[in-house]
Design a protein around this ligand. Structure first.
Ligand code: G6P
Length: 526
C-alpha cells in the first residue's frame, strides 16, 4: 500500500506552487485532461465550511481576526494568489443574541479583496442543522471518539431531519452556488467533514475537473462508522469517492477509509496503489498529507509586537516549573484528564508544589452548543477542586486558565514552558505540538497521547501516554520535569527536524501536484 506522503522534501522550494513543467502528471492527470479556461474564471477553487476570517464581538463591535485552526492557516497563502477563490458557508442573517454568543459571520463580513472569498449565505436554521447538529455534534464527536452522554449519544427524529434538511441540503446548495458562479475550474480543493457529499455533487457538474477532498480530523474505522445509520455512511463514502484524490492525515486514517470502502461499498481496493475503484470505473487515490506548520510565518509572528508584549507578561518566575496546554475547549481535547493528572502529580510529589504551575490556554469554541457549555462547566469544577486542595501548599492556585483566542500569547507561552501536554482522546494532527517543536527555547518536553495524529511523527521525542490513563500521564509529567537537559535537547531536536522536513507548504504543494496542477494561473497542467 502506498500511504506515505507522496512528495519528498525538496520538491517544492521556491514558490508555493510547483512551477509549470516541474510537476509530474499527477494522480488526476492519469485520468483526464483539463478543460480550456476563460481568463476571468477561477483556476483553483477552495471549498470549506469556514472562511479565512472570524468576526468576534469585542467592546461592542465586530473585530475581524484571521480564523484559528490548521485549515485556515495552511490554505490562506494559496487563497491570496490570483486565480484562487475560496467558497465558504455563512449563517445569514444571524440573530442578535447568537451573533454575540457564538462566532457567527455574515456574508458581507467575509468579503475581502485580497482573499477572494465567495461566501454562500445559508438560512440560520439550515446552517445550524448542518454545522451545529450534524457536523459538530455528530461527525466531530464520532470521529474524535467522544461517544456517549458528553458527545455523540443518539440520533432522534430531529437529528435525522437535520441530516436531510441541513447537512445534505447545505452540500447541495454549495454545489449549486459553485456551479452558478464558475463555468470552468482547473481544480477543486474541498475541505473537511462538513462537505463529504460535495465531491460527488461537483463531479456531476464538472465531470472533467480534478477534485481533492481533505479531511482534517481522524477518519473513523469500520467499527466506529457503524454507529451511523447505513444510509448516512454510504452518503459519506459515495460523496468522497466523487473525488480524484481523498486526502487524510495519517496512515491509520487511510487504512480506515480503504476498509470502509471495502466493507460498506463493496468497492474494489487496490492496496498496492492505495486506491479505490469508484462505481463509475474511476480510480480514486487515497493519500496521506499530514498537516503541518509554516516555519517562516511562525518566525515572523514571533518577532511581532504582540508576542513581545506577551513574552514580557508571561516570563516565568525564578524556580517556576511551567506545564502548559494550548487547545480549543472541546471534550475531544480531554482537558479534564490533563488537569486530573496534574492534581495527581501534586499529590505524589509534594516537593513540586511550590514550583509547578499549570497554565491552560483554552480557546473558546462552539459556545452555542450544550455539549461544549457542559464540558466547560465540568472543567471549571475540576480546576476549582484542585486549586482549592493545593493553593495553600503551592502558595497560590496552581492552575491558571486563559479562556480566550489569543494566539500570540499562546505562542509566547510555548517558547518558555518546561512541559507541554497534548492529550486528546483522538485527533487529526494537533498542530500545536509542531508549533511548540519550532518554538521551544527552555527546552521543554512534549507529553502527548498516542491517539493524536502527531504521535507517530513525535515518537522517540515525546513521552507518549494513553489519553484515559490519568495515573500514567501524571508519571509522564514527573518524568518530563525530571528529565536532564541533554535528553530534552536531543528529543526536541529530533522532532524539530521532522517538522522542518514536512511543512505546511509541502502539505499543499503535494496535493496540487497530485491533482496535476502546477501553477495557480495559466500554464499547462500536464
Ligand atoms: C479541525 C481542523 C480545523 C477546522 C476545524 C473546524 O479542527 O483542523 O482547521 O477549521 O476542524 O472547526 P470550526 O471551528 O470551523 O468548527
Amino acid at each position: 500500500m502506498r500511504a506515505e506522503p507522496v512528495a519528498q522534501r525538496g520538491d517544492v522550494r521556491d514558490g508555493l506552487l510547483l512551477r509549470d513543467g516541474q510537476g509530474g502528471p499527477g494522480v488526476a492527470g492519469e485520468q483526464r485532461s483539463s478543460a480550456a479556461l476563460a481568463a476571468d474564471q477561477p483556476q483553483i477553487v477552495i471549498v470549506a465550511n469556514r472562511g479565512p476570517r472570524d468576526f468576534v464581538w469585542e467592546h461592542s463591535a465586530w473585530v475581524a481576526r484571521p480564523a484559528s485552526g490548521g485549515l485556515v492557516s495552511m490554505l490562506a497563502p494559496l487563497a491570496r494568489q490570483p486565480g484562487v477563490v475560496w467558497f465558504c458557508c455563512v449563517s445569514e442573517p444571524p440573530d442578535a443574541l447568537h451573533a454575540q454568543q457564538g462566532l457567527f459571520t455574515t456574508a458581507a463580513d467575509q468579503m475581502d479583496d485580497q482573499l477572494h472569498v465567495r461566501p454562500i449565505p445559508l438560512p440560520a436554521e439550515i446552517y445550524h442543522a448542518y454545522y451545529g447538529q450534524i457536523s459538530n455534534e455528530v461527525l466531530w464527536m464520532l470521529q474524535h471518539r467522544v461517544i456517549g452522554s458528553n458527545g455523540f449519544e443518539l440520533l432522534d427524529e430531529q437529528r435525522h431531519r437535520a441530516w436531510t434538511d441541513g447537512y445534505l441540503e447545505t452540500n447541495r446548495r454549495v454545489a449549486a452556488a459553485i456551479q452558478r458562479s464558475c463555468a470552468s475550474v482547473r481544480a477543486f480543493l474541498v475541505q473537511d467533514y462538513h462537505l463529504y457529499p460535495l465531491p460527488s455533487l461537483l463531479r456531476a457538474a464538472f465531470p472533467e475537473t480534478p477534485i481533492l477532498h481533505f479531511t482534517h480530523i481522524p477518519f473513523p474505522d469500520t467499527s466506529v462508522l457503524k454507529l451511523l445509520p447505513s444510509g448516512w455512511r454510504e452518503e459519506i463514502l459515495k460523496g468522497l469517492l466523487g473525488a480524484d484524490v481523498v486526502g487524510l492525515q495519517t496512515v491509520s486514517d487511510v487504512q480506515a477509509f480503504l476498509g470502509s470502502c471495502a466493507e460498506f461499498m463493496n468497492a474494489d481496493i487496490d492496496a498496492e496503489r492505495s486506491a479505490v475503484r469508484a462505481d463509475d470505473g474511476r480510480s480514486v487515490a487515497v493519500r496521506v498529507y499530514p498537516a503541518s506548520v509554516d516555519p517562516h510565518e511562525l518566525e515572523g509572528t514571533m518577532q511581532s509586537a504582540p508576542v513581545a508584549v506577551a513574552r514580557g507578561r508571561l516570563a516565568p518566575q525564578t524556580g517556576e516549573l511551567r506545564i502548559i496546554r494550548v487547545d480549543r475547549l472541546d471534550p475531544s481535547k480531554n482537558q479534564r484528564n490533563g488537569f486530573l493528572a496534574f492534581g495527581r502529580l501534586l499529590e505524589m510529589r509534594p516537593d513540586l508544589r511550590p514550583h509547578a504551575r499549570f497554565f491552560a490556554y483554552l480557546i473558546p469554541s462552539r459556545t452555542d452548543l450544550n455539549i461544549y457549555r457542559a464540558y466547560r462547566d465540568t472543567l471549571y469544577e475540576t480546576i476549582a477542586e484542585i486549586n482549592a486542595r493545593y493553593s495553600a501548599d503551592c502558595g497560590g492556585p496552581p492552575i491558571t486558565v486563559f479562556y480566550q483566542n489569543d494566539s500570540e500569547q499562546a505562542l509566547a507561552a510555548m517558547e518558555s514552558c518546561d512541559v507541554i501536554l497534548v492529550n486528546s482522546l483522538h485527533d487529526g494532527m494537533n498542530l500545536v505540538a509542531k508549533e511548540w517543536a519550532l518554538l521551544s527555547r527552555r527546552p521543554g518536553v512534549l507529553v502527548a497521547s498516542e491517539t493524536t495524529g502527531v504521535a507517530s511523527e513525535a515518537s522517540g521525542s515525546a513521552l507518549l501516554v494513553s489519553p484515559l490513563d490519568v495515573e500514567g500521564t501524571a508519571h509522564a509529567m514527573a518524568q518530563a520535569i525530571d528529565m536532564p537537559d541533554a535528553e530534552r535537547i536531543a528529543r526536541l531536536d529530533r522532532f524539530r527536524e521532522r517538522v522542518l522536513h514536512w511543512t505546511a507548504q509541502d502539505w499543499l504543494s503535494t496535493q496540487l501536484r497530485d491533482l496535476g496542477v502546477t501553477s495557480a494561473r495559466g500554464g499547462s497542467d500536464r
